[in-house]
Design a protein around this ligand. Sequence first.
Ligand code: SAH
Length: 692
Amino acid sequence: MKTFCGRANPTTGSMEWLEEGEDYDYHQEIARSRYADMLHDKDRNVKYYQGIRAAVSRVKERGEKAIVLDIGTGTGLLSMMAASAGADFCYAVEVFKPMANAAVKIVEKNGFSDKIKIINKHSTEVTVGPDGDMQCRANILVTELFDTELIGEGALPTYEHAHKYLVQEGCEAVPHRATVYVQLVESKRMWSWKKLFPVHVEAEDGEKILVPPSEMENCPGVPSVCDIQLNQMPSSDFTTLSDVVTMFSVDFSKPVQSAPTYYRVQLEPVKSGKAQIVLSWWDIDMDPSGMINCTMAPHWVKRTSALQWRDHWMQCVYFLPNEEPVLQGEKLLLTAWRDEYSVWYNLQKAREEENKAAEEEHKGDAHVESPVCRCRAHLLWNRPRFGELNDQNRTHQYIKALRKVLKTDSVCLCISDGSLLPVLAHYLGAKQVQYFVLFFSSLHFSLFYKANNLEDKIKIIEARPELLKPYHLEDKKISVLVGEPFFTTSLLPWHNLYFWYARTAVSAHLASNVTVLPQSASLHMMIVEFQDLWRIRSPCGTCEGFDVQTMDDMIKNSLNFRESKEAEPHPLWEYPCKSLSDPQEVLTFDFTKAVPQHCLSTEGSVNLLRKGKSHGAVLWMEYHLAADISVSTGLVQISNEKGNCEWNPHCKQAVYFFSSVIELEILSDPTAVTYAINFDTKTGEIALDFKL
Ligand code: SAH
């Protein structure tokens, strides 16, 4: 079956209709899936195997047959573990068809076809009985349905249903229980992902302070989980205000309730400060004794054995509704609210009587709504974007550049999504500022302008650039065209070149001596060795003795599905790597001119300067705002002679994984990687080709 999918090209902005086979979606899903990462997660796999062996023995000791239900079998791994551990039969349920097919092949290849039945259904559709999918209820329940937030992938409703319909009472569950931990912290850095801080601008006529509207100040934000590699957050970027506290646990061997509820704990700050953030992670006990424990605790909590790196389970950052000054030793009540799929927090002071009254008041009232953005800013700006807008150094660069180009009679047009540049331009003296809002409603910006008395100073034009008419601009020509550039539709760094296309579309409205800021952009590239990120795209071969090569082949096939391999976006501040080459500028884009008709291409080679494994190339954009003022969305610096890199903390960089890795042990012969890069100005796509 073929389907036509309409989408706006993120770089050129034009609407395109793509013919997609039904294969397209699942290739994307497989290629970018976390299956490889899970199979590389040794700590997880070993502990599941131990837990499964222990559960099978307990059932056998009772003289029962061991009948396993494995919900979400994926590659079939956990069922094969169970069969090897002596289970009599396994029902392995997998909803995703391509995975269910792969599981059939993998199970067969490993010789378990007579012991494992793959059922390609959602577990809630599975039937039990003589003619059903399962002959009888299972007495061992094995699952791995957890995300970083534990319950985000629907583990609770799945368990609730399984206990009602698919497993026996008193069944053994692997994992046996999960526990969620929290720690209260103050962190300007993380808080800057939720709140817009006041922006200070030194204008000719004194300091101006740009304030967020009260709607934004009191907005609870969005319910989506903020999951990060917390171990990469420098300890200087946050202060822990409490010890680690157990928030709640779920016992998977007993009936599970998924209905919304809350959990409350009392805690006493170990330090005074501003409570802003709740950091959270979980662990799972594979058996009832708690001896087989798999934990996501960050490094400062778990100091014992080596940390297992994984990307499929990280740590959560929750934002309190408002920051709360707290005193060392005072009594606080932290509440975790949850619905079926997500968790959110609030903090109260525990004043004795009031506390009791509040408890009463809340009894039976477990329906406090999850955070829903009312100000719309949290819909327009995601968390890294909030962080970027709050980055004073960055704002300062833009202010410096704007100062250079603005005159009192400038007519300024800004093209960027949800940008503060129009306000900065106004404060710095532009007479008239026109501002495009391209994809989103201007509502949130009207609020913003109102709060700062700017409604009649900055005009929002809700039109696409190609539809701009002289009347929008009151028949004036634009003397200064500005952009960050930033667009919410961008995924890869070069998608923000949309600014160039928009600039081309409005050419007729530009004065002959127009100044464009940024005046140009450049694409940069560097060869790197990743400390860990390579795992997510690296074949696994065997996993705990089981042959999972079918899965490797399937991922490889999906990666090659598109003719040219694509780069993928990753925020590299979370994924340490070292540079093996010097950073190199590979393409430049001149915004003072229109987008050319011809392609922009380049070829060359980069020398490898350090020993290491070349896992791939990283690419990023730099914007040249004005003479001598540039901002990088990628490499900030190479911080030492070992080649460790520091990356822009607000942006994702493009990572192109090489299909084979070369390992350089000696640097005697100069080794080089050759590249060919082509930017097709018609499609806005960048094709990358590397030879090692
Ligand atoms: N058990 C495998 C794979 C875990 S990934 C392993 O541990 O390596 C989770 C898998 O569960 C995914 O393939 C997803 O498609 C599937 N899944 C999630 N919820 C499900 C449900 N309720 N019924 C069937 N499959 C489910």
